[in-house]
Design a protein around this ligand. Structure first.
Ligand code: PEP
Length: 251
């Protein structure tokens, strides 16, 4: 089973529009000629249109960092799926640990967002991952399994073909602490085996599972060498053109 690696940059709440366009142009330049992998960047909502335009002549994909589940309505502060499509966005990060832990999004809400995104043709990256406490209490697998089962509830096999999963241990996000390649592989393999129980093997084998959590130029190659690591979701190191370029060009 060949899975096209995906390197995704999550720009979080950083960069104004001018800075975002500048970095997007650098990412497009660094991605030139790469046909064996996909590159994606997720700027703030306000920069989506400008960034989409800046990478128009490149294969770089542009994603939003969240999306609502309804087509429109009284949902102050939210952005609807057709609004993203209107600016050419076709991917979205969902269930990021900052959404879960800072803004209180639970599995049920993440699932509603998943359903909304897929209904409107957006490909979601579903983020899952345990806190340090959960890992220390040996609950990593049960937490991740629950996030998968609930996050993917009522998502059909056809829809699942559009979904990417990201394993992001909360203790590794923005902390400089990366999971070892063995820790990452162990949970990625567990995620894939859980997907086999939810769907079937061929489909589970085709789903890309990204690792996220302090990915840097120094650790990308060894992470990508793991059999079930199909890419990376990168925060801090995606904000600098040089480090992200090195990550995109993993070997
Ligand atoms: C993230 O934002 O998803 C992330 C993994 O951040 P960082 O790479 O900074 O740990």
């Amino acid at each position: 089973m060949t899975r096209t690696p995906l390197i995704a940059g999550n720009w979080k709440m950083y960069l104004n529009r001018t800075e975002a366009v500048e970095l997007a142009r650098s990412v497009a330049a660094a991605s030139t000629g790469l046909t064996d992998r996909e590159v994606m960047i997720a700027p703030s909502y306000l920069s989506l249109a400008a960034v989409k335009e800046a990478v128009a002549d490149s294969p770089v994909r542009v994603a939003a960092q969240n999306v609502a589940w309804e087509e429109q309505g009284a949902f102050t502060g939210e952005v609807a799926p057709p609004m993203l499509q209107d600016v050419g966005v076709d991917m979205v990060i969902l269930g990021h640990s900052e959404r879960r832990h800072v803004f209180g999004e639970d599995n049920a809400m993440v699932n509603r967002r998943m359903q909304g995104a897929l209904q409107f043709g957006l490909s979601p990256i579903l983020c899952v991952g345990e806190t340090l406490e959960e890992r220390e209490q040996e609950n990593t697998f049960s937490v991740v399994e629950e996030q998968l089962r609930q996050g993917l509830q009522d998502i059909s096999a056809d829809q699942m073909a559009q979904v990417v999963v990201a394993y992001e241990p909360v203790w590794a996000i923005g902390t400089g602490k990366t999971a070892t390649k063995e820790q990452a592989q162990e949970v990625h393999a567990f995620i894939r085996s859980t997907l086999v129980t939810l769907y079937e093997k061929t489909l589970a084998d085709s789903v890309r599972i990204l690792y996220g959590g302090s990915v840097k130029p120094e650790n990308i190659d060894s992470l990508m060498a793991q059999p079930d690591v199909d890419g990376a979701l990168v925060g801090g190191a995606a904000l600098q053109a040089e480090s992200f370029a090195r990550i995109i060009n993993f070997t």
